[in-house]
Ligand binder design. Structure first.
Ligand SMILES: [Zn+2]
Length: 158
């Protein structure tokens, strides 16, 4: 009987120490996760800064790296596309219901996003008959006709 009481006591003791050990572990996990989150925040801020520096240099024409220029051109073009969509969005919101007029049919689907690429293999078909594409005078790649910047080389198109 004494053995039973003793082992029951030990069981309770080990259960308590296990609980506090688990609590300690939870605290350490949360603390470490907090440290990681803080570092990731700092990393994001520096990445934003890096992007800002590159974008500024690109807009000033002092960015010499072609790969960075291409990414910057892609961002500029997306910004341009977003602005267009925002104007279109405001136009749609302003539309009033007029029963005698048919609903204007417009293509609202966003254009497919082509990630910046320098490889000739991913070039869209170019040449006469291909709608909505023009040839970049700087690098010869085809770009969307309404593009402000070439996605291949970053040159300003108009
Ligand atoms: Zn180009």
């Amino acid at each position: 009987m004494a053995d039973f009481v003793e082992s029951a006591k030990n069981f309770v003791n080990s259960a308590v120490s296990r609980t506090s050990w688990e609590a300690q572990k939870q605290l350490r996990v949360r603390g470490k996760q907090g440290e990681i989150d803080k570092l990731m925040d700092q990393r994001h801020q520096l990445l934003d800064e890096l992007a800002q520096i590159a974008m500024t240099q690109y807009q000033q024409g002092t960015l010499s790296d072609p790969q960075l220029s291409r990414v910057c051109a892609g961002i500029m073009e997306l910004d341009h596309d977003v602005k267009n969509r925002e104007v279109q969005l405001q136009d749609i919101k302003k539309e009033a219901f007029t029963p005698e007029q048919p609903v204007p049919v417009t293509d609202y689907s966003p254009p497919p996003f082509t990630p910046p690429s320098s490889s000739a293999a991913s070039k869209p078909p170019a040449g006469p008959g291909y709608q909505g594409q023009i040839i970049c005078p700087t690098c010869g790649n085809s770009v969307r006709a309404n593009s402000l910047y070439c996605r291949s080389c970053g040159a300003r198109l108009r």
